[in-house]
Design a binder for this molecule. Structure first.
Ligand code: HAM
Length: 425
């Protein structure tokens, strides 16, 4: 290939000036999840392909169309993780976590990969923050999981978000539910889109999810069919989830068409939608059957994941005042050979005093060094010239207003500390 390389379609370079959003999300995510009693898990970015096809489901878009699957040199079929739940569930089983006191509560933050059609809010490599809770089956746990997610979004400073919620019943009731749906949809088969006709045969629940115009009216009605055919137990479970959400002060909208694009769900499913774009920032639900499918002990579970890039888009659109990321406290500027040597000692001293110190020791002109300081968003500069070497002193310059003062070497770090404190006020 000739010419310059470009990043693969649907991926991103996230440069330093953009990082404040990432820090804001990561820091708040870690704080909220830790406070809620979740422990962090790091797990592989690739797994056996069969793990995903079995958990997410052969007929889902993710498995059928969107996986990055490859054979490694040992001829094993591996797949870059398109989502986190399957890997975390595998880790729970493999590490014998079912023997620990339940519930086991885990959270994660990292990249996922889907061969999706790139467009607004859709990437081929994107980050998710996710949470999974294992070993408890109680409607209050479903409600709590939703409440934690909302807490996180409130902490970020986002508004105008809507929780949509639905129930797709438990595994026992699924055959009856599917039969009712198939009966209803078959009666209207002629009006359905080609894709929905295909789904009707393979995975009828997903017809409710259709974005095709001609399906809308029927899919709306099918939502009602779903709700009417929930088993008594599932209805009671769902009603309790909603009651607990009311008690917790979490607002929600019922969306009878919400079925989610992954096969492992049972009972409660939910999404959090940015009302201004209609895009889902995150979603999740209960998945009581997955552990057994993966060969583990029968363990109820519930979880969710949120998209980091979509959340950042939302922060920008709502003009949330996100704190600046870590920046350089003080930038050391040197002029002349002797000053360069002195700069090495000064950098060490300021570093040891606990400041973040920038420099461009390879540059000689003051202008060039100030430009780097500016790019680094440095707050102060320490300037060392020949005179300062001779006088055992340094100039401290406030980079926002240009004011300067000269201080003796021995009081330099104390003076830098004082200046930084003054600026914070
Ligand atoms: P999901 O709905 O497929 O669920 O993904 C969760 C979130 O990831 C979405 O709401 C969206 O914000 C983000 N997302 C998905 N695809 C893309 C993409 N191509 N580009 C950018 N962002 C994207 C899951 O992944 C489940 N594992 C959630 C879960 C956890 N359920 C139970 N536990």
């Amino acid at each position: 290939m000739k010419g310059k390389f470009q990043k693969p379609r649907g991926t991103q370079d996230i440069l330093p000036l953009e990082q404040k959003y990432w820090f804001w999300i990561e820091d708040n995510f870690r704080a909220v999840m830790t406070a809620a009693g979740f422990g962090r898990i790091i797990f592989p970015t690739f797994e056996d392909t069969a793990l995903f096809s079995r958990s997410v489901g052969e007929e889902t878009d993710i498995v059928a169309k969107e996986m990055y699957t490859f054979a490694d040199r040992g001829k094993n079929s591996l797949t870059l993780r398109p989502e986190g739940t399957a890997g975390v569930a595998r880790a729970y089983i493999e590490n014998g976590m079912h023997k620990e006191p339940q519930p086991v509560k885990l959270y994660y933050f990292g990249p996922m990969f889907r061969y999706d059609r790139p467009q607004a809010g859709r990437y081929r490599e994107f980050y998710q923050g996710g949470a999974e809770l294992f070993g408890e089956e109680d409607p209050i746990v479903d409600a709590q999981m939703i409440a934690v997610m909302i807490k996180f979004y409130k902490k970020l400073g986002l508004k105008n978000l809507v929780v949509q919620i639905n129930s797709i019943g438990d595994a026992k009731g699924r055959p009856k539910l599917e039969k009712a749906l198939v009966d209803f949809l078959s009666a209207h088969r002629r009006q359905l889109s080609a894709e929905s006709k295909r789904r009707l045969a393979k995975n009828p629940l997903r017809v409710l999810d259709s974005k095709e115009k001609e399906d809308q009216a029927i899919a709306d009605e099918a939502g009602g069919v779903l709700l009417d055919n929930l088993s008594k137990e599932s209805k009671t479970y769902f009603t309790k989830v909603l009651e607990y959400l009311d008690d917790m002060g979490v607002k929600y909208e019922l969306n009878p068409r919400l079925v989610r694009g992954l096969d492992y769900y049972t009972h409660t499913v939910f999404e959090i939608i940015d009302a201004s774009t209609g895009l889902a920032l995150g979603g999740g639900g209960r998945y009581d059957g997955l552990m057994k499918i993966l060969g583990g002990p029968d363990t109820p579970a519930v979880g969710w994941a949120l998209g980091v890039e979509r959340t950042i888009d939302c922060l920008k659109k709502q003009k949330v005042d996100v704190p600046e990321g870590p920046s350089v406290d003080v930038f050391v500027i040197q002029l002349g050979d002797e000053a360069k040597k002195k700069a090495i000692r000064v950098i060490d001293e300021l570093d040891e005093a606990g400041y973040s110190v920038g420099h461009a020791l390879g540059r000689d002109s003051i202008k060039a060094q100030l430009r780097v300081a500016d790019r680094n968003q440095a707050r102060l500069a320490v300037i060392l010239g020949e005179r300062e070497v001779h006088d055992k002193s340094a100039i401290i310059r406030d980079l926002s207003d240009g004011s300067q003062e000269s201080v003796a070497d021995k009081s330099l770090s104390a003076a830098v500390g004082r200046k930084l404190k003054e600026k914070k006020k």
